[in-house]
Each structure stands twice: as C-alpha cells, then as structure tokens.
Design a protein around this ligand. Structure first.
Ligand code: PEP
Ligand code: MG
Length: 575
C-alpha cells in the first residue's frame, strides 16, 4: 500500500526508483554494477571471501584455550552457522546474479533485509543474533577488501546511468557523512533520502551539488522503507512516496519530463551574460568540493570559483592528512580547470558536521567536543595546528603562481585570530622565499559567518581585501539552531530580520569601503533571494554550478533599483 514520508527538500526534481537501504556505517562501501561477463568472477570473489572467513572462524575455534568459557565456543558456532546459511550467502549471490551488484553492495543489501527480520522477531535471544550477523558481514567485507577476494580490475563495472535494462535506484540511509556523499558524485543512484539532516547540513549541500533529487530529515524513512520498494522522491516538496499507485506514478513521470525540459531550456542561458534589467553586470561564481568539479563550473558558465571547500581533500584519510605537495597538485588542477578564471580557495573548514574521519576532530585530538559547531572548527582548528595550517598556506601560495587565486579564511571572529592568521600567511610566504620557491600574489578575504564578525564588519574590512558571507553558518549562529539538526529545521529562517540585517549591513559596509563582497552560502543559489540580495547591493554570488542558470534567469528579470523585497508571501505562514 502506498504511503508518504515527509522530510526537507534539498535538491530539486523527481527521482523514481527502487530503494537501496544502506546502513550508515556501510555507506562508504563501493556500489557499482558488474558487467554480465564478470558475474561468475564476482560470485567467486564472494565464495573465496566466505572460505577465508570460515577458515578464520575455525582457526579461532581450534585455538581457544582449554579453559575458555563455553559461551565463546558457542558464539563461534553461531557465526559459522550464519556464515553458511543460505539466507546470507545464497541470497547475496542472488543480488549479484540478478541485479549485477558488486559483492560488497550485495552483502550489505542482504544484511539490511535480514536485519529487519531479526528486528521483528518476538524472541529476545533470536533478536539479539542480529549483532552476530553484523559481525559476520563485517568479516566478509574485510575479507573482500584485503584477502584473496581482491577488488575487480578497474573498468569491470559500469555506472547505473549507463546501464540500460536495470531499474533506477535510490539510496535510503539513516545518515550519510558529507565525505561519503562525495563518493556518490559518480554513482549508480538517481536520488537520496536520509533520516537526519537539515536543509543546509553539509550532507545536504553535497547532495545538492550532485544535482539529483534528495530529501533529508525524513526521520523514519530508513526504518519503514524496505529494500527494493518502489519509491518516488519529490525533491521540490521534500516528500518520499513509497509504493506509489499507477496514477501517482504517471503524474510523477510527467513532472519528471517537465523538469528535464525546464533544465534544457535553462541550459541555453549558459552563454548569456548575467545582466539585470537596469544594466548591472552580476558575477556568478561556483562553489566546488573537489578539483573534478571545475568541469561542471565552466560548463555552467561560472566566471570563477567563489568557494573551494578544501576540507573535502582532508576527509576520510584515517588521520593521514594531505601534505603540501599533494595539496599543491589539487589546487593546481582547479586553477588549470578554471582556465584563467579566478579561484577562491578557502582554508580547511573541518569540524561540526564535517569531521575529518568517521571519528570527530575532537577524537583525533583525544578530546570530546560537547558542541562541535561551537568548538574547534575551521580557522580555530587551523590555528591550533600551525604546521598543518602553514603547509596548506604554502600549497595555496605556490598554486597562485599558476593563475589568479583568492585566499579565504572561514569562521573568523576575534581580532586576535585575524592577526594570527595574517601572521601565519606572512610566515608561509617567508618560508617560500627562504626555500627559493615560486609563489603568487593572493587577495586575502574573510568569511562573515559569525554574527560577531558581521557586527564589527569594519574591523574586518580594515584587514582584508574582500569578504564573503557564509549565510549557512550566519543563520545557524544568529538564530542559535543547529543547521544539521532536523528537529529544529523549522526554525532555520533565512528571512529572519536579524539575519537580513546582518547580511545587508555587511554588503553595505563593504561597498562603502570599496572592498569586494559576495555571498557563498546556500542563499546565493536560491532564486527566491536573488532580487533581495541585488537590492541590498550584492553583485557577486557563489553557488553550486547547477544553480547558476536558475539564478541567472532571475537576474535577467531583476532590477537592482527595486527596494528590498523581503519574505515571499508563500513563506509567510511558516514564521
Ligand atoms: C556558509 O557557512 O554559508 C558556507 C558557505 O560555508 P559552509 O557551508 O561550508 O560552512
Ligand atoms: Mg560556513
């Protein structure tokens, strides 16, 4: 029977496909399709991994000390039994043979199916066997990754978007870390749903950059949607429809076609200059997460990169941070990719909902942050790790010899931080001079994303060449609501007069002082704010490449002389 799950709209459009449920802890496993010709080989990988795990468990059983508790041996028996149970390995083989999933994906898909069955068992003892099953699957995944079940050669798999004959797939998970979301840039999924997350959580931001329909904060979705259910994701309304009726399906297929036509129409604006009705030329820049994103930026007609979130280079590396040369290569790739257009590189903004690894930054430092959004985040972390920071600064300065670069510092607040940051930049330059290395000139800018910074904007303008308003954080900190927490997402209000006042004042003061000012938070890519920001005096917007055409369309119809428009009527009843 058809039912709906409500969440927050993140990325526009409609996706229709079969649900793939993935446990949050396993989102990072590879998801790809196996070529018909390689199915047997993939099944063999699974078989070999099972043999490896069977050997491991038997060896553990054999080597148990004579005085080991009986429960231990009984537990290993249970694990061996689960390993050989047809409902695990037989059904996993089925996902490979019938659906062409790679072995890791097939295993996690089957684990999700079985875990539900365990959850629904009356008998508590049997219910608790779910943990054993998870441990067995962990062992199998490890064996696939390391042992004689090595990953197949590159090229042996194809992405869903090229894979005719398969139903489209949508991913349903409790949560997806921003770094894990990144790996879906080239993925088989045509839509996403997560239980948790706010509209401007970093998971949502990366989902938006993928330009496929997504809904976050759908609370119970991953519990009530089942593996393989047919699902419609309405990314405009934030609704997920499970098992839709034929009539509803037809309606959504129609909307899907309409939105594709709209995209094609908008794409034709690519070469049209962004000029308002009263003749003001507006700069439309791109926000990117990885060097590979520059292609989308150039294709969308961006006139530069307004925000390169470099922290994505630092994530999921198990504490091994990228060194100066590796970073230099990444920045050089972006500069080359942008073909002479300016590139704004933001220093690392780790912390809050962007942990370095699955462990938090706090854990990396053997501490636990109680309030990570208010903790050692962004520039605070950089200043507490001077070697790491100077390496990044040197890499950016060296890359600036290859093309126009602007250096952007996140989350500054205090004069002391400003001084320490400028001092670190000066030292990094001096080190390059001493080492006889080439480097380029950079403009230095500050993100205005803490209310305190907006309130003392003139102090920032005294020290920096430009400012960029990070509305995502500015809203979070002004209204004291966690941007990643769906429980307070109804209070995340970009139209709140306090937020609008801080944004307007920052723009006004920067212009009065003849300094560059742009907005690089999600507000910049939201067409409902375009006229208001233009009326405030904003002439530079930075957003996901896929939002550029829609905002440009608004600009072509806008007049900067109009007075600030304020909250649209449709939004008024909410607040
Ligand atoms: C912002 O806070 O608006 C911003 C652009 O930075 P991030 O979203 O990466 O925190
Ligand atoms: Mg921010």
């Amino acid at each position: 029977m058809s039912f709906q799950v409500f969440g927050l709209p993140v990325s526009r459009g409609v996706a229709i496909g079969r649900a793939v449920l993935v446990a949050s802890s396993r989102v990072d496993i590879a998801h790809y399709f196996i070529d018909e010709s390689r199915i047997a080989e993939e099944v063999d990988r699974l078989r070999r991994a099972r043999n490896t795990v069977a050997d491991e468990l038997s060896a553990l059983q054999r080597d148990l000390p004579a005085d080991a508790p009986h429960e231990l041996s009984a537990l290993l028996d249970v694990h061996l039994m689960l390993l050989h149970d047809e409902t695990l390995t037989g059904a996993t083989r089925h996902w490979i043979e019938e659906r062409h999933y790679n072995a890791e994906w097939a295993l996690s898909a089957q684990l999700e199916v079985l875990a539900r069955q365990f959850d629904e068992m009356e008998d508590e003892y049997l219910r608790e066997r779910k943990a054993d099953l998870e441990q067995v699957v962990e062992r199998l995944l490890r064996a696939l990754a390391h042992g004689n079940g090595a990953a197949p050669p590159v090229g042996s798999h194809v992405g869903a978007r090229d894979f005719a004959g398969e139903d489209p797939l949508v991913l349903i998970a409790n949560d997806i870390a921003p770094a894990d979301m990144l790996q879906f840039k080239q993925s088989v999924f045509t839509g996403f749903v997560t239980d948790v997350g706010g509209r401007t959580s970093h998971t949502a931001i990366v989902a938006r950059s993928l330009d496929i329909p997504a809904v976050v904060g759908a609370r119970e979705a991953s519990r009530i949607i089942r593996q393989d259910d047919w699902v419609v994701i309405d990314g405009d309304a934030g609704v997920v429809i499970v098992d839709p009726s034929p009539l509803l399906l037809e309606e959504y297929r129609f909307r899907q076609r309409q939105s594709e036509l709209e995209r094609e129409r908008l794409a034709r604006l690519r070469h049209t200059p962004a000029v308002t009705l009263d003749g003001e030329r507006i700069e439309l820049l791109a926000n990117i997460e990885l060097p590979g994103d520059t292609l989308a930026a150039v294709e969308a007609g961006a006139v530069g990169v307004g925000l390169f979130r470099t922290e994505f280079l630092f994530m999921n590396r198990e504490g091994e941070l990228p060194g100066e040369d590796e970073q230099f290569e990444a920045y050089a790739d972006v500069i080359k990719g942008m073909q002479g257009l300016p590139v704004t590189i933001r220093t690392v903004d780790i912390g809050a909902d962007k942990p370095l690894d699955r462990m938090s930054v706090g854990e990396l430092r053997h501490e636990h942050a109680l309030n990570p959004a208010l903790g050692l985040r962004a520039i605070r972390w950089s200043l507490s790790e001077p070697n790491m920071f100077r390496q990044q600064l040197r890499a950016i300065l060296r890359a600036a010899a290859l093309g126009p670069v602007r250096l952007l510092i996140p989350m500054l607040c205090h004069l002391g931080e400003i001084r320490s940051t400028l001092d670190a930049i000066a030292r990094a330059k001096q080190q390059l001079v001493d080492a006889g290395r080439a480097f380029g000139d950079v403009e230095i800018g500050a993100m205005i994303e803490v209310p305190a910074a907006a309130l003392v904007i003139d102090m920032f303008l005294d020290h920096f060449d430009f400012v960029s308003i990070g509305t995502n954080d500015l809203i979070q900190y002004t209204l004291a609501i966690d941007r990643a927490d769906e429980a307070v997402s109804h209070l995340y209000d970009p139209w709140h007069p306090a937020v609008q006042t801080l944004v307007a004042r920052t723009i006004e003061r920067a212009r009065a002082r003849g300094k560059g000012v742009s907005v690089c938070g999600e507000m910049a890519g939201d067409p409902t704010f375009t006229q208001t920001l233009l009326s405030m005096g904003l002439r530079s917007f930075s957003m996901h490449p896929n939002q550029i055409a829609t905002v440009k369309q608004q600009i072509l119809r806008a007049d900067t002389r109009r007075s600030t428009t304020g909250r649209p009527a449709a939004d008024a009843q909410l607040h």
